[in-house]
Design a protein around this ligand. Structure first.
Ligand code: SAH
Ligand code: SF4
Length: 387
C-alpha cells in the first residue's frame, strides 16, 4: 500500500472528527451505555469499582436480551441495579414516525437528542421469513452524486456508534426479535445493509465501532457475512474496512467511463475507476463464495446502453462480482429518468450471458418512499410545505 494512501487515510479520519456526534451523556448526567465498546464498558464499570464480569453481564442484557430497563436485569443484585440506573441509561432512538408499506417494507424516521433525524428501512424478503435492515451512517452526505437525494443535503454530522447500533436495536424492538436468535434460527431481521443516508467510509470509526458491537457473539451476534457495507468508492478506507471488519462490500459503480462517473459520482475525480477496481481486487475475503456487489443505477439514456453493459463485463474481469441493477428512484427535481424495463432487461441479459448474476432490484416500499439511498425525502418535503 502506498504512503500516499495512508496519508490520505489519516486526512479522512481527521476530517470526519470535525463532524462528531453529540456527547453520550444526558443532560441529567447519566451516561448512555449503548455504543460503548466492550473495553469502554469495562472501563466505565471499573471507575465504579466493579469487576470486568459486570461488563459481561451488562453486555448480555443490553445486546443479547435487548433490555433497556436496569430493573429487568435479574442476574444483577437489586442494590447494584439501582446504582447502575443512577449513573447510566440504555436508550433507543426516538421514532418520530414509523410507516409500513403495502409490501411490508417498514420505515422509521429516528430523531436524535440534538433534533437531527435519519431514516432506517426494513425490507422483508418476499419469499422467506427474513429481511434486511438498511441503516444510515451520517445526517446528509459530503458527496454529491447527481442521482441521489441525500447528495443534495449537506453533511450535518456523523452518526455516533450508539446511533448506528441503535437503529438496528430499535428495529428489533419493533419486530419483537429479542433475545438475539442463535445463528441457525430463523429471524426476520437477518441481514444489515449499510446503504442508508451517508457515506460509511467517511464516518469509518463510528461505523466500525457499531459493526463490531453488532458482530459480537455474546450480544446481537450477527456474522460479518450477514452485513454489507456500501461505498461510493473511498479507496483508502476500503482496505481498512476489509482487514478490520471483513464485512461484505458493495460498490456504487454506476458508470463504466471516468468521464461519466466524474459527473454522476463526483468522488471519481479523486479515486477513478481503475483505482477503485484495484481496491476491489485486493479486498480481503472476496471470493466466488463472497462476491463484491457492484451497484448500478439505471439512468435512461445516460448509462444504460448495451455497449456499456459489455464494457462493464470487461472492467469486472477477474473480480468475484455480482451486479445489482437498481431502477433509478426519482425525487422532486431530480435530473434523470429510470431506464425502460426493456432496456434494463437487455442490459441484464449481457451480464447474465457473461456469467454474472445480476438481479434487477425491484423497487420496494414505493408508497412510503422507502428505497435505500433515497431516504428522508418525504419528511424533508413535508416539513418544507408545512413550514
Ligand atoms: N454512500 C454509500 C451508501 C449509501 S447510498 C454509497 O453511495 O454507496 C446506497 C445506494 O443507493 C448507492 O448505490 C446509491 O448509489 C444508491 N442510490 C442513491 N440514490 C438513488 C436513487 N435516487 N435511485 C436509486 N438508487 C440510488
Ligand atoms: Fe452520498 Fe451515497 Fe448519496 Fe453519493 S449515493 S451522495 S455517496 S449517500
Amino acid at each position: 500500500m502506498s504512503d500516499l494512501t495512508s496519508v490520505e487515510r489519516e486526512r479522512i479520519l481527521a476530517k470526519s472528527a470535525l463532524f462528531n456526534p453529540p456527547e453520550a451523556t444526558l443532560p441529567d448526567g447519566r451516561r448512555e451505555l449503548v455504543g460503548l465498546s466492550r473495553e469502554e464498558l469495562v472501563a466505565e464499570l471499573a471507575a465504579l469499582g466493579e469487576k470486568p464480569f459486570r461488563a459481561k453481564q451488562l453486555w448480555h442484557w443490553i445486546y443479547h436480551q435487548g433490555v433497556t430497563d436496569f430493573a429487568a436485569m435479574t442476574s444483577i443484585a437489586g442494590p447494584m441495579r439501582a446504582k447502575l440506573a443512577e449513573r447510566f441509561t440504555v436508550g433507543r432512538p426516538e421514532a418520530a414516525t414509523v410507516q409500513t408499506s403495502a409490501d411490508e417494507t417498514r420505515k422509521w424516521l429516528f430523531r436524535w437528542r440534538d433534533g437531527q433525524e435519519v431514516e432506517t428501512v426494513y425490507i422483508p424478503d418476499r419469499h422467506a421469513d427474513r429481511g434486511a435492515v438498511c441503516i444510515s451512517t451520517q445526517v446528509g452526505c459530503t458527496l454529491s452524486c447527481r442521482f441521489c437525494h441525500t447528495g443534495t443535503q449537506k453533511l450535518v454530522r456523523n452518526l455516533g456508534a450508539a446511533e448506528i447500533v441503535g437503529q438496528f436495536m430499535a428495529a428489533r424492538d419493533s419486530y419483537g426479535e429479542w433475545p438475539s436468535p442463535k445463528d441457525d434460527q430463523p429471524r426476520l431481521l437477518s441481514t444489515i445493509v449499510v446503504m442508508g443516508m451517508g457515506e460509511p467510509l467517511y464516518n469509518y470509526e463510528n461505523t466500525a465501532k457499531a459493526l463490531r458491537i453488532i458482530m459480537d457473539g455474546e450480544g446481537i451476534g450477527l456474522s460479518r457475512r450477514r452485513i454489507t457495507l456500501s461505498t461510493s468508492g473511498v479507496v483508502p478506507m476500503m482496505d481498512r474496512c476489509g482487514q478490520e471488519l471483513g464485512v461484505n462490500l458493495a460498490v456504487s459503480l454506476h458508470a463504466v467511463t471516468d468521464e461519466l462517473r466524474d459527473e454522476i459520482v463526483p468522488l471519481n475525480r479523486k479515486y477513478p475507476i481503475q483505482e477503485l477496481l484495484d481496491a476491489c481486487r485486493r479486498y480481503p475475503g472476496a471470493s466466488n463464495a463472497r462476491r463484491i456487489t457492484f451497484e448500478y443505477v439505471m439512468l435512461r439514456g445516460v448509462n444504460d446502453s448495451e455497449a456499456e453493459a459489455r464494457e462493464l463485463v470487461r472492467l469486472l474481469q477477474g473480480i468475484p462480482a455480482k451486479i445489482n441493477l437498481i431502477p433509478f428512484n426519482p425525487w422532486p427535481g431530480s435530473p434523470y429518468q429510470t431506464s425502460t424495463y426493456e432496456q434494463t432487461a437487455k442490459f441484464a441479459a449481457i451480464l447474465n450471458d457473461a456469467g454474472y448474476s445480476s438481479p434487477i432490484r425491484r423497487p420496494r416500499g414505493r408508497d412510503i418512499l422507502a428505497a435505500c439511498g433515497q431516504l428522508k425525502t418525504e419528511s424533508e418535503r413535508t416539513r418544507r410545505v408545512s413550514a
